[in-house]
Design a protein around this ligand. Structure first.
Ligand code: CA2
Length: 165
């Protein structure tokens, strides 16, 4: 077999496409505080659930959490060429960060916005999202399961766009 064919053949060493799973401020505390709002599932649990769902479609996840606006923006920039889509819960920066909005506008892959709670059923300050205008879909109020749905919807966007119409 010619070397080029062997190199192109998929196998255990072939890197799988990656999706970014990005979480914002305070979400590292999931499972420890305010379970009545955010549930008892930890961020590590959520990341493992995302990884399992992505793996079924042959994808890897790159999970990043930052409590800093610039950390989230840096993560988006770093993922621009190395990931094929993103799941983002920007926490409170959802409602404040034009800078994160601008960074995501330069990310040329599908973005799924996810929230554990339903911000529209909460205080008015949570009703506007700077992320929604750049998101292909928004999932809110489904708890930790919302992340799994987000991965499934992202996979749908990546593999089967016409089936959604
Ligand atoms: O519902 C969501 O996922 C939110 O993005 C969570 C943000 C909130 O500001 C958004 O309006 C909606 C807050 C995340 C705080 O995470 C905590 C986790 C455990 C304990 C305390 C806070």
């Amino acid at each position: 077999m010619p070397a080029t064919t062997a190199e192109a053949a998929p196998g255990p060493m072939t890197p799988r496409p990656e999706i970014l799973v990005l979480n914002g401020p305070n979400l590292n505390l999931l499972g420890e505080r305010e379970p009545e709002i955010y549930g008892r599932t930890t961020l590590a649990d959520i990341e493992a659930m995302c990884a399992d769902t992505a793996a079924e479609a042959g994808l890897d996840v790159r999970c990043i959490q930052s409590n800093h606006e610039g950390g989230l923006i840096d993560a988006v920039h770093a993922a621009r060429r190395s990931t094929v889509g993103a799941i983002i819960n920007a926490g409170a920066y959802t409602h404040t960060s034009l800078a994160l909005h601008d960074a995501l506008k330069s990310y040329d892959h599908p973005i799924i916005e996810v929230h554990l709670s339903n911000p529209h059923a909460r205080e008015a300050v949570r009703h506007h999202s700077y992320l929604s205008p750049v998101a292909a879909a928004v999932i809110a109020g489904a708890g930790a399961r919302g992340y799994v749905h987000a991965v499934e919807i992202l996979i749908d966007h990546l593999t089967n766009a016409k089936a959604r119409l």
